[in-house]
Design a protein around this ligand. Structure first.
Ligand SMILES: [Zn+2]
Length: 330
């Protein structure tokens, strides 16, 4: 159970939120079972001390007490974590140098599940990203989560990584990721602090050049990976707000994080509207960019018409549906 009612009032951070909101934990368990990347130092959680302080005394003696200490070993880029710019950009910010005010804020959740479900090698396009801004009639928030649905595959390494082995070369990896063009579009977008994904890497599994990493990180946009989205479909996304908390590791290339997604308590009409997707025939026509539409009227009815397309009745109908969606959201 990932959601619970969280009452505010003690945390001034949430002043803009309502007096009560819901929390979704976007973190996978950080454990010895965390999926490894080839050649990475595996996560090991080691209980180095666990016992009563004075073995010769009875456990319930008032002078005895329990003591437990845990050691951790492993690469910082495993499990739900954050990549600092220096990870792929020499001389750039290490994790302790990222301004902390970038670790929380409104978040745009981009639902891509229907696009990637039949293609584990899918690369998220510029159009996929632009659609979110059309449907929501606004620019992306400072934080973005790319929701592929892979977070629900976590329990099955073969389905999550594309291979059962955790030592084979990464050419066996199959999971969706952000395309180079998509990363360049986000880098030029402005105002974006961090981009997350619910797979093992922002670049798709078959990537050899890691252009999505290189492009975002050199522009000081941090990356969040291995986010947990299992069950997110039943979580309301009303003014969603994300908090990620990397450790302040001196000179660190990244850090494990606790990623918490907050939602205001749902009002039925708002939560339904936030889940409406743009009609697929409009997106398949490759016209999903706000600048490609012009408002017009036809037979006295308002609609949006794609500038570059020849009149097509099916597209007219879909654009009318899109207008209704926008009115609902507006
Ligand atoms: Zn990474």
């Amino acid at each position: 159970m990932k959601t619970f009612l969280y009452l505010t009032g003690c945390l001034c951070l949430f002043l803009k939120l309502s007096s009560a909101h819901l929390v979704f934990d976007m973190s996978h368990d950080f454990s010895n079972a965390t999926h490894n990347w080839p050649d990475a130092t595996k996560i090991k959680i080691i209980p180095s001390v666990a016992g009563y302080a004075i073995p010769d005394l009875p456990e319930d003696d008032e002078n005895n007490f329990w003591i437990e200490v845990t050691d951790i070993v492993g690469e910082v880029h495993l499990g739900t974590h954050l990549d600092a710019p220096v990870h792929f950009a020499k001389g750039e910010w290490t994790v302790d140098q990222i301004p902390p005010e970038r670790f929380f804020g409104p978040v745009s959740i981009v639902d891509l599940r229907h696009k990637v479900k039949d293609n584990a090698d899918y690369e998220i396009t510029v159009n996929d990203l632009a659609e979110w801004e059309i449907v929501n009639r606004r620019k992306f928030d400072p934080l973005i989560v790319l929701w592929t649905g892979w977070g629900s595959r976590w329990a099955d390494r073969s389905r999550y990584m594309g291979t059962q082995s955790d030592t084979d070369a990464s050419n066996l990896h199959h999971f969706p990721g952000l395309s180079r063009d998509g990363a360049e579009w986000l880098a030029k977008h402005g105002g974006i602090h961090g981009v997350g994904i619910d797979t093992a890497s922002l670049d798709y599994g078959q990537s050899k050049d890691f252009m999505a990493h290189r492009t975002l990180l050199k522009n000081r946009i941090f990356i969040m990976e291995y986010l947990n989205t299992d069950g997110l479909e039943s979580f309301p996304l009303v003014n969603p707000y994300l908090i990620v908390t990397p450790l302040k590791i001196t000179g660190g290339s990244g850090s494990p994080v606790r990623a918490l997604l907050l939602s205001q308590l749902p009002d039925d009409s708002t939560s339904k509207a936030s889940r409406v997707l743009i009609p697929s025939r409009v997106t398949e026509a490759g016209i999903a960019s706000p600048s490609n539409f012009v408002p017009m009227t036809m037979n006295g009815r308002p609609m949006f018409y794609p500038i570059s397309q020849q009149p097509d009745r099916s597209l007219f109908l879909d654009c009318q549906r899109m207008l209704r969606i926008q009115q609902l959201l507006g």
